[in-house]
Design a protein around this ligand. Structure first.
Ligand SMILES: NC(=O)c1ccc[n+]([C@@H]2O[C@H](COP(=O)([O-])OP(=O)(O)OC[C@H]3O[C@@H](n4cnc5c(N)ncnc54)[C@H](OP(=O)(O)O)[C@@H]3O)[C@@H](O)[C@H]2O)c1
Length: 501
């Protein structure tokens, strides 16, 4: 893994490569890829010979496409990241439909032209910034034109989530990708894994003597993983209506956070060892049966409400949403991991749109002391909680009880806080880090094919049960709240409460 370091040649650090973006006129390219590339170029992290070929149907010239990326980089660079920097010198745009063989012939000659002018290795990154239904066509076309094999260089394919729509289509996607790219060349991207605090879960757990001995069923009561969004469905209604919260957030972000929190120490700090441990966690999750879904999962959909002082419509009133839509925009799921470390420790996962706040965190709640000799008058004894804050503010905090100064014994919870910003170093966005890892051939922070399939296996019984049973209670939470009442009762029946976000 790249965190491990080591001495490398200039070609290995900044390999000259061509990034081919399928879907280059789309939202992801402008909002997330353009700023990431401009930052990497500004910081000298990519080769001076790095080239971009964008592909989409919209009719851009090369200059217009460069201006489009430049605008995106400027508009979507957060002020904390400084000025975005220029794009690489070589930026080309090819307009066409993925179904046209002729488009891929033009791609071939453009790629070969850039590569022969550059000399040296023919390194190619194919980035699928495309709707999932386009992947198969692109892979077939790349295979037919023999674009995915080179003698002098490497080939890497970056694939965006969702990794299919369900287990069957997830398997089919893997089959299609593997028909042209070996697994070693496939980089399934989940930008959460590029976040510093997410990578810090590894370091916190495996580089500190004090946490790992406590990281098990003897000391941990339960774990809560929350990904709360204050935004609504926005312009993504077309996709979201058929996806919903489980496909959009749980199949990737939430289950990724769970596997990193729950995995065993890997044998080595490298991609396959780490990914093998993550897969073992997914394999240990107790399967749901359709009959008992209500004991393990709760769904919700937002109605109208107030977010950040602004009135917002309910999900069913959003543009392009069915006024009788049954799509869940909120879910809370309880997960049992049947292994030695986690026996009897529930993991509660929740995520929703239009919640009161944008927050992502992992909260590890420890068991109480074995014997309480402080009287009730001493104040409320609250459990110790280790919180890993992932967004918007990245950091770690630990809650513990202290005595309030004075002659009466009174206990109060206090927080030991480490905000990541205190380190002073700018925190790179997830895409920047992950794109750099692709150029270095480091798959550690990417999802392996079997991992994506196991994640679908975990969720399929819930998806099936909810698809069969409409939700007459929808909408069941107001925008600006923290989800439906049913989600509170879901934890209360286990004698627990959601943490305040
Ligand atoms: N946007 C995000 O924040 C985000 C975040 C995470 C993951 N993702 C994933 O990233 C992928 C892309 O998302 P997006 O939001 O960028 O989608 P988008 O805005 O709809 O862009 C789709 C792109 O694909 C192109 N395209 C579609 N069909 C094509 C065809 N037959 N031939 C040629 N070009 C075609 C479009 O070209 P034209 O528009 O020129 O026709 C456009 O450039 C999706 O899988 C999405 O789930 C997106």
């Amino acid at each position: 893994m790249s965190l491990a370091g080591g001495r490398r040649s200039e070609e290995e650090i900044r390999p000259p490569a061509t990034l081919v973006i399928f879907g280059a006129s789309g939202d992801l390219t402008r909002r997330l890829l353009a700023p990431a590339i401009a930052h990497l170029n500004r910081d000298g992290a990519i080769s001076k010979d790095f080239a971009i070929i964008g592909i989409g149907r919209s009719p851009f010239t090369d200059e217009e496409f460069r201006a489009h990326l430049d605008d995106g980089a400027r508009e979507f660079t957060p002020p904390t990241q400084g000025r975005p920097g220029d794009l690489p010198a070589k930026v080309v745009y090819l307009a066409g439909d993925f179904a046209e063989a002729e488009l891929f012939q033009r791609l071939k000659s453009t790629l070969e032209g850039i590569e022969s002018r550059r000399g040296g290795a023919r390194n190619r990154i194919f980035y699928f910034a495309t709707p999932p239904d386009a992947d198969e066509t692109i892979v077939e076309q790349l295979g037919r034109e023999e674009l995915a094999t080179v003698e002098n260089g490497w080939i890497r394919a970056v694939v965006e989530k969702p990794f299919g729509h369900d287990l069957a289509s997830g398997r089919q996607l893997n089959k299609v990708l593997l028909s042209v790219f070996p697994e070693k060349q496939i980089y399934r991207i989940d930008h959460y894994l590029g976040k510093e605090t997410v990578q810090n879960i590894f370091v916190l757990r495996f580089a500190n003597g004090i946490f790992e001995p406590l990281w098990n069923h003897r000391y941990i009561d339960h774990v809560q993983i929350s990904v709360a969004e204050s935004v609504g469905v926005g312009h993504r209604a077309g996709f979201y209506e058929s996806a919903g919260i489980l496909r959009d957030m749980f199949q990737n972000h939430l289950l990724q956070l769970l596997t990193l929190t729950a995995m065993e120490p890997p044998a080595a700090y490298e991609a396959d060892a780490i990914r093998a441990e993550k897969v073992k966690v997914l394999e240990s999750i107790r399967p749901y049966t359709e009959g008992d879904i209500d004991d393990w999962a709760v769904r919700g959909q937002y109605g109208p409400g107030v977010v950040d002082g602004r009135r917002v419509p309910g999900y069913r009133e959003e543009p392009k949403v069915d006024p009788a839509s049954n799509t869940p925009t909120y879910a809370a799921v309880k997960i049992a991991i049947d292994n030695w470390r986690w026996a009897g420790v529930p993991f509660y996962l929740r995520s929703g749109k239009r919640l009161g706040k944008r927050v992502t965190e992992v909260a590890i709640e420890f068991k109480g002391v074995p014997h309480r000799f402080f009287s009730k008058a001493s104040g409320e004894m609250q459990p110790n909680v280790l919180r890993l804050h992932i967004q918007p503010d990245e950091g770690v905090s630990l809650k513990f009880g202290v005595k309030i100064p004075g002659s009466v014994l009174q206990i109060q919870p206090v927080y030991m806080d480490f905000p990541y910003a205190r380190l002073g170093a700018p925190i790179a966005g997830g895409y920047e880090r992950l794109l750099l890892d692709v150029t270095h051939g480091d798959q550690t922070l990417f999802i392996r094919g079997d991992e994506a399939e196991h994640a679908w296996e975990v969720l399929t019984p819930i998806l099936d049960a909810w698809a069969k049973r409409p939700a007459p209670e929808f909408p069941n939470y107001a925008a600006g709240t923290f989800g439906p009442e049913a989600a509170d009762r879901f934890l209360e029946k286990d004698g627990r409460r959601w943490r305040t976000l």
